[in-house]
Design a protein around this ligand. Structure first.
Ligand code: EPU
Length: 422
């Protein structure tokens, strides 16, 4: 188990490449199961979540080869049972449910357990599968789904208490592409990762219209073929380094980004007084700290709103930004674990009912802190870049779930960080 030592108060300068999106890779890797032909997926980030997904695909019977960012999956014979010891490691394993049900007519998956960012039910995933005619039984912590006669297209509303569901929309889309007839997904998630999955499925031969809007229409087809695909850039990794550039940069450039996916983060960085400049094609962005940074308010919302996956990182930035900032997470109202750790570093933050009131302090001071989930850990790294002294971030495996070689990228930018065994 590694920890990260961050020697604070240095500055970041230079350019790095942003990796392929973790959250697009996971459902797309699961979608390779929908054909019996091999598929090749490029720019899959080397993070532990994609590794878990590849282990699950292997355990389901697929042959998987990985060579740096390129993954080849050959899913000729597939078993419908996803093993508990792998599934329990990653909540996103739930997205093999749709493909298994569509391809094999059965799926057995362990019910995902608790999650540190809040209660994360799967009721909408189950509602979606039921809507297509699947039978569902629960036994011994497992969800058993079956559709012996095949799935039947239908109109399904996926809106939950906190808005649309990303992986729920993905699961329904992946099941509906092989269902008989037409499926209409109302209140669909419109995140770029959902669009990337739809693009992958369309290449495979699926008929999907409306991905990226709140209403997706799918005409089921008989079978799908294997294809090649390149994953979109990781907008959350890009956003995280944009914040690093604003907090501790002296001119940071990020390559291989997609401007359209970064609008909400860009808008808030500019509102906070920082300078964000994209190149003409929107594939490269330069960030410099503003001369008079100021606090501002953030409320998370489904895309194109401000992403919940960037909430912790902006909270870290506001911790040392003059003025008062109010950060509200409407999607995961309990996702504020990073605040107590940042308070140990001297931040002035009050968390109350899904909202954090952040009063910017002049300086943070280093302390040993504990990463609690992926984005919370990223926030601690950002806070540590601005702290006086050496911050020790424990439980680094959380950050390795979703940031490809974060320590190497920080070193490339001149950051003073060291990964050491705990
Ligand atoms: N929800 C339900 N019922 C369901 C499913 C979701 O009530 O059956 C609720 C959730 O509890 C939450 C809201 O709906 O309040 C939205 O959750 P969503 O289903 O969209 O989350 P997800 O699809 O499980 C993905 C990302 C998360 C990201 C969320 C929201 C992946 C692998 N994960 O999760 O990413 O926070 O969408 O944008 O795509 C991360 O990368 O750090 C991460 C947690």
């Amino acid at each position: 188990m590694d920890k990260l030592l961050v020697h604070g108060n240095g500055s970041l300068k230079g350019a790095i490449n942003i990796s392929g999106s973790k959250n697009a890779s996971l459902p797309i890797l699961a979608a390779t199961l929908l054909s019996n032909e091999p598929s090749i997926v490029r720019r899959v980030p080397d993070v532990s979540d994609t590794n878990y997904m590849l282990q699950i695909l292997r355990a389901l019977g697929a042959e998987v080869e990985r060579s740096s960012g390129t993954v080849r999956v050959e899913p000729a014979d597939i078993s419908p049972e996803a093993p508990y010891d792998l599934v329990r490691k990653m909540r996103a394993s739930i997205c093999v449910m749709g493909p298994l049900l569509a391809r094999v007519g059965r799926a057995k998956i362990s019910l995902p357990g608790g999650c540190v960012i809040g209660d994360r039910p799967v009721d909408l995933h189950l509602k979606a599968m039921q809507g297509l005619g699947a039978r569902i039984e629960m036994e011994g912590g497992d969800i058993m789904l079956s559709a012996p006669e095949g799935l039947l297209g239908s109109e399904i509303d996926m809106r939950g208490k906190h808005g649309p569901t990303v992986l729920g929309t993905d699961n329904l889309m992946m099941a509906a592409v092989l269902a008989k007839g037409t499926t209409v997904i109302d209140s669909a998630a419109s995140e770029p990762e959902v669009v990337d999955l739809a693009d992958f499925l369309v290449k495979m031969g699926a008929r999907i219209k409306g991905a990226g809007t709140r209403r997706i229409v799918i005409e089921g087809v008989e079978e799908l073929k294997g294809v090649e695909h390149t994953i979109i850039p990781d907008r959350i990794e890009a956003g995280t380094f944009m914040v690093a550039g604003a907090m501790a940069g002296q001119g940071v450039t990020l390559r291989r980004v997609c401007r359209r996916h970064l609008e909400a983060a860009t808008e808030k960085l500019e509102e906070a007084g920082h300078v964000v400049t994209f190149n003409e094609t929107g594939t490269e962005v330069a960030i410099s700290p503003g001369e008079t940074p100021r606090g501002c308010d953030i409320t998370t919302a489904p895309y194109p709103g401000f992403p919940t996956d960037m909430q912790a990182q902006f909270t870290a930035m506001f911790a040392t930004t003059p003025g008062i900032s109010v950060v509200e997470d409407t999607i995961f109202p309990q996702r504020f674990m990073h605040c107590s750790e940042m308070k140990r570093m001297g931040a002035d933050i009050r968390v109350d009912g899904g909202r954090a009131l952040v009063r910017g302090v002049q300086r943070l001071s280093a302390a040993p802190v504990m990463a609690s989930d992926l984005r919370a850990s990223a926030a601690l790294v950002l806070a540590a870049l601005k702290a006086a002294g050496t911050t020790e971030i424990n439980r680094l495996y959380h950050i390795d779930r979703g940031y490809e070689h974060i320590d190497d990228k920080l070193l490339q930018l001149g950051g003073q960080v060291e990964r050491v065994p705990a």
